[in-house]
Design a protein around this ligand. Sequence first.
Ligand SMILES: [Zn+2]
Length: 279
Amino acid sequence: MSVELPEAKILADQMNLELKGKRVKSYLLKDYERLQRIGMMDKDLTSFNQLVNRKIETVASRGNVIRIKFDNGANLILGPEYGGEIFYHTDAANVPKFHLRVDFSDGTVLTVRLTSMGVIQVLKDDELERSYVYKRDFDSTKLSPTDEEFTFERFSKRMADHNKMLKSVLVGKDAILVGVSNSTFQDILYRARLHPKRKASELNAEEKRSLYDAIRLVLKERIRLKGKDKFHDLHGKQGSYTPAMGPNMKQQTCPECGTSIEKLSLGGGHVYLCPKCQV
Ligand SMILES: [Zn+2]
């Protein structure tokens, strides 16, 4: 299942608790040829050797990307944003299918499997900028909606500079934020009661406030409910957050007003909305 900002944060927090201080005994890569062909893994896999015998210092996430930092300046970058599974195991003999398996000196194991587009990379601190996903989401000039620096004032100011449709301001490489996917965008806009074709700079103060509050609410609720309903955390536990709007509302009616949900083609993707509530 997709691992976006809330799920990446849940995993990083859990990894910080379980993995910090552990030493890598060995690693194993499997069935990775296809991943290399489509650029989800580097051609040269000797970079993974840097992890052997090294200790995990800390684990952090920003946007959809997880950074596991080792005591020799190497980093394991995990970005399973369109689908992946990251699990921790205390029984080394009983692990599911994986692309990367990391065995620790205490007998515990971490497995990573990409089920759709994503990234598994090992990079030294001074090579991190080479990683497209790291560069995109750890870019400190962009706001991260779960950071303390994401204030209404800052958000509001950045919004005012953009005479573009909300989707391109909130989602994708030119967004002012990190970690908002097209599916999260639909959920947020429905809760903010805004039409996805509205332009950022044209929102009034009240609308900007609803949008800001909806962004915070959706991400906070997804973290509180342990991720989206198809996501499994580090211990295999399933999340229970269901989006208020998105593909799951296809051919349904709006729970607020009873109007049929519409599907709109927008910015190279589809957006579901309530044409009555979202104006
Ligand atoms: Zn409605």
